[in-house]
Ligand binder design. Structure first.
Ligand code: NAD
Length: 338
């Protein structure tokens, strides 16, 4: 705490999609008692990091541009923090297929450097943000938190490495770190390389959209606000050393999702181009979230409502996404089939 009793919260990767939603929610009063937190955002500002994501709370947080792999920087930022929440990662699976080095660096090595800095500084609460993708793929049923890690992509393998390191710091050193694992997020300020903002922005511009393989891959969608609520539940009430699942509200195949996005933008299937499947593409993810629900968490945003709000946001916020489109397209360019 600071001299005035404000909790000090370090949000690493806080200029990305989910980290910025967490900061906006915290400072915006979504979690009573935290709206006056003394927030520091530490972010490397890769192509995916964008301070415009934090514009609604401008002037209310401290920004440090830097890398979670930088021990010296961490030694100057981490001491004195009451809570550290780590969102920093390379996150796009397609990019991890064409180049995995940055993924291993940020998602595994970076977690080690951050955990070490938290240990040395005696940070009392640490949360590592992770993904359902660390479990690989499941045909039927759902994983609970004790399921074995069996990742398929370089992205998810590097995230699994980070999870194992965080868990090891809890077991070996007693670091009070909890891990959260969540499904596919959607919402405002998501970089337009991920399927929902990619499809919505292209459809709004009258362009075609690429659908991988047979389109029957199943994802469990969660609105980013529900993810952030789940994270805050773990910050406040999660047990150190434990893993918590944050499940979504809608299991959809990519074909079903595409149908919904076409409808929402007044488009039809002539806009969809079938492309060769992503290598190692997981078929289905599904999380059981009983453990988090036992702490009082329930998701609040239905997919219908969340998607309608999200599409309306991208339609209204060309000022946010148009400048990003020129910056870079996905490194893995899917090939049309047939
Ligand atoms: P994002 O790509 O939008 O943001 C990542 C942020 O981390 C960016 O601001 C980037 O600049 C920053 N960053 C990257 N490497 C860094 C480093 N070495 N040091 C400091 N900052 C660095 O990603 P996101 O979708 O917001 O995901 C955030 C976290 O949530 C990630 O850990 C991801 O694995 C996890 N997650 C995401 C989803 C999803 O659907 N997007 C689902 C489950 C879990």
């Amino acid at each position: 705490m600071t001299g005035t009793g404000r909790r000090r919260v370090l949000v690493t990767g806080g200029a990305g999609f989910i980290g910025s939603a967490y900061v906006r929610a915290l400072l915006g009063g979504a979690h009573p008692g935290w709206e006056h937190a003394d927030v520091t955002v530490l972010d490397k500002l890769t192509y995916a990091g964008n301070l415009a994501n934090l514009a609604p709370v401008e002037g209310r947080y401290r920004f440090v541009r830097g890398d979670i792999c930088d021990d010296a920087l961490l030694a100057s930022v981490v001491p004195g923090q009451d809570v550290v929440v780590n969102f920093a990662a390379e996150t796009h699976v397609d990019r991890s297929i064409t180049g995995a080095a940055d993924f291993v660096r940020s998602n595994t090595q970076g977690v080690q450097a951050l955990m070490q800095a938290c240990l040395e500084a005696g940070v009392p609460r640490v949360v590592q943000i992770s993904t359902d993708e660390v479990y690989g793929s499941i045909e039927r049923g759902s994983w609970d938190e004790s399921a074995p890690l069996d990742p398929n992509s370089p992205y998810s393998a590097a995230k699994a490495g980070g999870d194992l390191i965080a868990a090891a710091y809890a077991r070996t050193h007693g670091l009070p770190v909890s891990i959260t694992r969540c499904g596919n997020n959607y919402g405002p300020y998501q970089y337009p390389e991920k399927i929902i903002p990619l499809f919505v922005t292209r459809l709004l511009d009258g362009e075609r959209v690429p659908l991988y393989g047979d389109g029957r891959n199943v994802r469990d969608w969660i609105h980013v606000d529900d993810h952030c609520r789940g994270i805050q539940t773990v910050v406040e009430r999660g047990a150190p050393g434990e893993v918590y699942h944050i499940a979504g509200t809608a299991e959809l195949t990519n074909v079903q999702l595409t149908e919904r996005l076409l409808e929402a933008t007044g488009s039809d299937w002539s806009r969809v181009e079938r492309v060769r499947d992503r290598p190692g593409h997981d078929r289905r993810y599904s999380l059981a979230d009983d453990k988090l629900r036992a702490l009082g968490h329930t998701p609040r945003v239905s997919f219908d409502e969340g998607l309608a709000r999200t599409v309306a946001w991208y339609a209204a916020r060309r000022d946010w996404w148009e400048p990003l489109r020129g910056r870079t397209r996905s490194a893995f360019t899917p090939e049309p089939t047939g």
